[in-house]
Write a protein that binds this ligand. Structure first.
Ligand SMILES: Cc1cc2nc3c(=O)[nH]c(=O)nc-3n(C[C@H](O)[C@H](O)[C@H](O)COP(=O)(O)OP(=O)(O)OC[C@H]3O[C@@H](n4cnc5c(N)ncnc54)[C@H](O)[C@@H]3O)c2cc1C
Length: 409
């Protein structure tokens, strides 16, 4: 029996397990998936929890329900990967061999990486919303907050879903307006980037949005520490930003098992071929989703496009054929902009987000780089698509390769 081992059953690992289970001969292949626990979180939903739009019930489901029948699912921590022996040791001591390994262990926030972030203010007036615990604690805090200075800070790039902190700022503007206290809340968006976003054209548009919503942008702020006693964040070049409420996006890192295995970069992301998704560690190890060191966005949509590419390449690798499929960095992100409206961006390694219609050229129904109600509905519909189609590896009407059809230069 040949062994296909998938580490991580989040977005990327689950899609891949479903695709491979439908394609590999079950008499010849044993597919095993490992994850530390049995709860699958719809992470894009964390954004809505602080504002009471989603509750934990809406975004957490049993992991097993989304994995195919007939495969082995193991709930355990992953301790270390040994590419020399084609073996993975789990934290419960078990050893798993493999012929092919797919690493899909994702990225997670590490607040301990920023001095003082987990100090006395942590979860009192300093919160994150990149975990369910953080988002839930923040929702309790916001219910009773009467106003002051809200500072939203990105510690360092890359982060998962780089538009999520902007969406948080836009939703905060809407939420305080709805509650009738917007005039009592000053909102400041503090980022290490030179502008509101990573891509220059979208950064200009999103910067205008911040302006229009009276959200102050502080750019090129590389945070050095959080001073919880004085309620201020301090940059390495000694600029200070005071806050009453700090919403932080902590440093995002790959899993510590990658560091223990000796092949991650300084943030534990895995060196990966940007087109084939083969790891640079070994020819029989492939990497998918947020765990890669690629310059693509760390997003569920990217994990989905990459899974289409990796599926073709994995079947070719098994047959000892050259890898045919090339990932182009395609990302597709709805951006919730508040007041039941949203934007949509579609881009890849080489092409910046452009205006136009999506997915049907000239028709839409979604509009690129434009604020519409339909884009908001797209964002809210995505949760259903995620649970019912995307995780199950179903075909969606969006190609893995970015298309220029419908886009205007
Ligand atoms: C607030 C927020 C908003 C977001 N919004 C969007 C959005 O609007 N659109 C979008 O496309 N994406 C969005 N994302 C990003 C998206 O959720 C991720 O990019 C996506 O989940 C990545 O999939 P993955 O499989 O690579 O990682 P994950 O889904 O995080 O899965 C990794 C899995 O590996 C497991 N694992 C890791 N290490 C170990 C170990 N040592 N032992 C055992 N198991 C381990 C974890 O338990 C986890 O289940 C958002 C993310 C956040 C946090």
């Amino acid at each position: 029996m040949k062994k296909m081992l998938i580490l991580g059953a989040g977005t990327a690992g689950t899609i891949m397990a479903n695709k491979l289970a439908g394609a590999l001969d079950r008499d010849a292949w044993q597919i095993t998936v490992v994850d530390r626990d049995g709860e699958h979180h719809y992470q894009p939903g964390y954004l809505f929890v602080p504002f009471g739009i989603y509750s934990p019930r809406d975004i957490v489901k049993p992991r097993r329900d989304y994995l195919p029948r007939g495969i082995d699912v193991i709930y355990s921590g992953i301790d270390v990967i040994d590419p020399e022996k084609n073996q993975v040791r789990l934290t419960d001591g078990r050893l798993l061999g493999y012929d092919y390994l797919i690493i899909a262990t994702g990225a997670h926030p590490e607040p301990g990486e920023t001095e003082g972030l987990e100090g006395e203010g942590w979860r009192r007036n300093v919160f994150d919303f990149y975990t369910l615990e953080g988002a839930t604690a923040l929702s309790r805090f916001l219910k009773h907050w009467e106003g002051g200075r809200l500072v939203i800070n990105i510690s360092e790039m890359p982060i998962k879903c780089p538009v999520a902190p902007l969406e948080f700022a836009f939703l905060a503007d809407w939420w305080f307006t709805e509650r009738g206290i917007r005039n009592k809340v000053e909102i400041e968006y503090v980022t290490p980037l030179p502008g509101a976003f990573t891509k220059p054209k979208a950064a200009e548009l999103l910067g205008d949005f911040l302006d229009r919503k009276n959200i102050h942008l502080t750019s090129e702020f590389a945070i050095g520490s959080v001073d919880s006693a004085a309620n201020k964040i301090v940059s390495w070049d000694e600029r200070e930003v005071p806050y009453d409420l700090l919403v932080s996006v902590p440093v995002n890192m790959g899993d510590a098992a990658i560091a223990r295995s000796g092949f991650g970069d300084e943030l534990n992301f895995i060196p990966t071929d940007k087109h084939t998704l083969r790891s640079q560690v070994s020819d029989n190890i492939f990497v998918l989703g947020d765990a890669t060191d690629l310059p693509s966005s760390k997003a569920g949509s990217v994990a989905h496009f990459q899974a289409d590419i990796l599926f073709d390449n994995m079947l070719a690798a098994i047959d000892e054929r050259p890898l045919p499929a090339k990932f182009d960095g395609h990302a597709n992100c709805f951006i919730e902009s508040g007041f039941n409206k949203g934007l949509l961006i579609d881009f890849n390694y080489d092409t910046e987000p452009l205006p136009g219609k999506f997915p049907l050229p000239g028709i839409g129904p979604f509009s690129l780089l434009e604020e519409t109600k339909m884009n908001h509905y797209g964002k809210m519909m995505f949760r259903w698509v995620y649970w019912n189609l995307l995780l199950r590896g179903a075909e969606l009407p969006i190609e893995a390769e970015m298309t220029m059809a419908g886009k205007r230069r």
